[in-house]
Write a protein that binds this ligand. Structure first.
Ligand code: ARG
Ligand code: ZN
Length: 873
């Protein structure tokens, strides 16, 4: 049954504080909880007390010391209620759990040999009965008891305050968290763990102990995570004036984890993928991701923990804002332009399709069946774009005023997206009521821009109109309020001074932000001596689809000259995507000379950095091209893109070789910094083009790089290229790689992923065979994502094979996984949910698989919601 945002009611009872005691053991775990409960003001004394609870056994329940019996309370599969309670009382509850059997990885579970928790969004109710909703904030004292030999490390939120030993071999540690928090931020860890310890001194002089815990064999891979944590702490102080607030900050890496990481107060729990990094086992991208996710979880301490969400419809309040802060942090640590390109690529490849599909929902959804299905690219990444638009509209200083006011008003509270908007508006004295539509309307708006130049008056006019396609439950949309950042580029490639009609002089900036509010609006620039080329939506200033009739010449010019690096990249992407869409529709043709020349000049451009060049010369992804098509032709797109790569490879063969040789001869020691990573990336893009020549000598070159590489980035790049080739060399390399790395689970994930993404025609057969490989585990989300997820989401040409076998494979695995981990099973269903975007034969095949899934006995709510909504919309 769906939950609706408008049905929100304030909690009738609050829990000011609680004491928890965990007795962890191999067969069963006992949890004793003592809740200090108060009725909230204005609540009817007859209001029953409701506590959520599921998948556990209730052993004891007493109120103010008096045992309750069945009849005094009502116990159902999703919780318990007590009809009559005093205004203030203590409730004691004992529950019994079996974390060792918990394969959903929500609540308390075991990963490897350790106990750990994941409580967001609704996992705490699988540990004990509790008003498990984010607007109930309490002070926690937690005692953890376990066998000392097996579990020497016992952790929970806050500060350790007491510890002791029992004489039966068990020991205990008590933790106290002074900050009231919602139950979703509770965490506990017990295990035999190694620790990397460091300290950090905040600007105001507080010394904080930093600890990163992993299994013993991995502790040497945590130096980068620790350095990233310190950089995050420093950055948040400098950029936002926000300091850490406890004496200790702990991070624990676990191998079985549904998501990336979790910001539990003082005790973050991370997927190993986002903590562990060493040059020989992690790629440059892994290093970047570790830094970004460490930052993300750290930034949540303010945007999420100190100020949290009133209800789960407000999830983007903390996630959109924290993703934006993470993006700012990463941009400050490396190349801001390349970071922005990658952020937009994620948005277009993941969020735009979501907005155009059956699960389309606003950044602040209005209803859900299973909240875990709403940890989406829309809530996270489009949510971050919404925050970025405040930043663009209000400017850096105005945005900061808004954030300051937000903390001033709401520190310690559970609030809403409207509260955030109000703080932004009030701090800047502006009306943002129309802007709030970004929270309530789903769908990707289309921005149509046309222009006209009048030589007689030397004026140039931009006519801007906006529309937004209908989405499930929203047929009509109102116009959005958005920033359109523009520059006008003259024939020398320089930005013209921009003066709007009616202004006394041109502003002293190369570009300016036009505020769009109407369905149709025009902007007239004066003193424009010649027809300029518009550089529109600079920096991707709004999450929209832009429609302007650029000619190939315009795009080649902007690709060579635009002063805005994002738009410069974008011009090249459009140039290539226009061509690829034409080839896909009308047949593959010959590469136009201007495009070849544009790529060649970009390669030779001395002022551009390597990372940017690497992005600029890579054609748009198949996923992005697919989004541009009315009816998606996955094989046609793949063939066109491969043909373009092939022709660029041949047309610039000499350049690729010399570029590769130049970059490969650099033998400075590996450092995962932006400069080194950019050069490796460019080198490997060049190697990729060389491999398109399909010669034996190029294959040998790849094999050499694969064997001689001294870091995972180079080794994996070469392996991926080899894995695309038919023939035996691929198998030799794959075998060598597995043999070398089989004891490193994160590297084995990479081994699965390159095979899943292989361009070989037999990729599916190989993936099917790999499901049976001893290293593959359906219970481990990283393995599922690396093999099944990568094949179905990142190998469209093979997944959408005309015989429909890809769809069948996915449906079989969704069904198998649903009984183990419904959250992960539901996430896998996304590619099938987009069935309406394909031709009628594929539609039929995909629909049959969706229907087959729906008929499965005991299907989870998670999968049921996605599949039934896909069939309905
Ligand atoms: N709050 C976490 C983060 O974004 C994500 C945890 C989501 N977990 C879940 N089971 N839905 O950093
Ligand atoms: Zn987050």
């Amino acid at each position: 049954t769906p939950v609706h945002r408008h049905e929100y009611q304030v909690p009738p009872y609050r829990v000011d504080s609680l004491e928890l005691e965990f007795s962890l053991d191999e067969e069963e775990t006992l949890v004793k909880s003592r809740l200090h409960i108060c009725r909230n003001d204005g609540i009817n004394p007859h209001e029953p007390l409701h506590l959520f609870g599921e998948s556990m056994e209730l052993l004891e329940l007493s109120l103010d010391g008096k045992a309750l019996r069945l009849g005094d309370y009502l116990l159902k599969s999703d919780g318990l209620s007590i009809a009559l309670v005093p205004a203030q009382f203590t409730l004691e509850i004992t529950t019994r759990l079996q974390p060792q059997l918990n394969t959903q990885l929500e609540g308390l579970y075991k990963s490897g040999g350790m106990f750990c928790t994941q409580c967001e969004a609704e996992g705490f109710r699988r540990i004990t009965y509790f008003p498990d909703r984010p607007d109930v904030m309490s002070r926690y004292t937690t005692t953890v008891i376990a066998d000392k030999a097996r579990y020497p490390v016992l952790l929970s939120n806050g500060n350790p305050v007491e510890r002791g030993d029992y004489d039966d071999g068990r020991h205990w540690v008590r933790w106290e968290d002074p900050f009231p928090k919602p139950s979703y931020l509770f965490a506990l860890v017990a295990g035999d763990l190694a620790c990397r310890r460091d300290t950090y001194v905040t600007t105001s002089g507080r010394e904080v102990t930093l600890e990163i815990y992993t299994e013993h064999e991995n502790i040497d891979k945590t130096a980068h995570a620790m350095a990233s944590l310190k950089r995050s702490m420093r950055w948040d102080e400098e950029a936002y004036g926000l300091e850490y607030d406890l004496d200790i900050y702990m991070i624990v890496a676990v191998g079985d984890f549904n998501m990336g990481a979790m910001e539990n107060k003082g005790l973050n729990i991370f997927n190993t993928q986002y903590v562990l990094a060493s040059p020989d086992t992690a790629t440059d991208t892994d290093f970047e991701n570790v830094e970004a996710v460490i930052g993300h979880e750290y930034f949540h301490n303010w945007t999420g923990n100190r100020v949290t969400c009133r209800d789960w419809f407000q999830l983007s309040l903390k996630e959109g804002l924290t993703v934006f802060r993470e993006q700012q942090f990463s941009a400050a640590m490396g190349s801001a332009a390349v970071k922005r390109i990658n952020d937009v690529r994620i948005l277009r490849n993941h969020q735009f399709p979501e907005d155009a599909g059956p699960m389309a929902h606003p950044v602040r959804p209005d209803s859900y069946i299973e909240i875990n299905n709403f940890y989406t690219a829309t809530v996270y990444n489009k949510g971050a774009e919404v925050i970025r638009m405040y930043h663009t509209l209000l400017g850096e200083a105005g945005f900061r005023r808004g954030v300051d006011l937000y903390f001033q008003r709401h520190d310690g509270q559970a609030v809403t997206c409207d509260d955030f908007l109000a703080a932004m508006a009030d701090a800047n004295n502006v009306d943002l009521s129309q802007f709030s539509l970004w929270y309530s309307q789903a769908g990707t708006p289309k921005l149509r821009v046309r222009d006209e130049y009048d030589p007689a008056t030397q004026t140039y006019t931009l006519h801007v109109s906006q529309s937004c396609p209908p989405t499930p439950g929203q047929s009509e949309k109102k116009p959005f309020h958005l920033p359109l950042t523009v520059g006008l580029v003259d024939t020398d490639g320089k930005d013209l001074p921009l003066q709007l009609d009616g202004e006394s002089h041109a502003l002293d900036t190369a570009h300016r932000v036009l505020e769009i509010r109407e369905a149709e609006q025009s902007f007239r620039f004066v003193n424009i001596p010649k027809r300029p080329r518009p550089s529109l939506l600079r920096g991707f200033s709004a999450p929209v689809e832009l429609d302007y009739p650029y000619t190939a010449e315009d795009l080649a010019f902007l690709f060579a000259h635009d002063s805005d690096p994002f738009n410069r990249w974008e011009a090249g992407q459009r140039l290539m995507s226009d061509l690829l869409l034409e080839w896909t529709a009308k047949g593959i043709g010959k590469l136009p000379q201007p495009l070849l020349k544009a790529i060649q000049e970009t390669l030779a451009h001395k002022a551009l950095d390597a990372a940017f060049i690497a992005e600029a010369i890579t054609p748009p992804t198949e996923a992005y091209l697919a989004e541009q098509m009315q009816t998606i032709d996955p094989l046609g797109i793949h063939a066109s893109r491969e043909a373009l790569r092939q022709q660029l490879a041949q047309g610039l063969a000499k350049q690729w070789l010399s570029l590769y040789q130049e970059l490969a001869s650099d033998n400075t020691a590996y450092r995962p910094d932006g400069d080194g990573a950019g050069k490796r990336r460019l080198k490997n893009v060049a190697l990729g083009y060389l491999s398109c020549l399909h010669s034996e000598s190029e294959q040998t070159r790849c094999l050499e790089q694969f064997r001689q590489a001294t870091n995972m980035t180079d080794q994996l790049a070469a392996l991926a290229l080899l894995a695309d080739t038919e023939g035996e060399v691929a198998d030799v390399a794959l075998r060598e790689f597995y043999e070398r790395w089989q004891r490193e689970p994160l590297v084995v994930d990479k081994w699965f992923r390159v095979q899943a993404m292989s361009k070989r025609s037999d990729a599916l057969d190989r993936v099917v065979a790999l499901i049976e490989h001893p290293a593959f585990e359906l219970r481990n989300p990283n393995k599922v994502r690396a093999l099944i997820g990568a094949f179905c989401q990142a190998n469209p040409a093979r997944f959408h094979a005309p015989d429909g076998q890809g769809y069948r494979f996915l449906a079989d695995n969704i069904i198998a996984l649903d009984g183990i981990n419904p959250q992960i099973a539901a996430r896998l269903a996304a590619p099938l949910s987009r069935w309406r975007r394909y031709d009628s034969k594929r539609q039929e095949q995909m629909k049959l698989e969706l229907e087959r899934i729906l008929k499965t006995q005991k299907l989870s709510n998670d999968v049921h919601e996605i599949v039934s909504k896909s069939l309905a919309n």
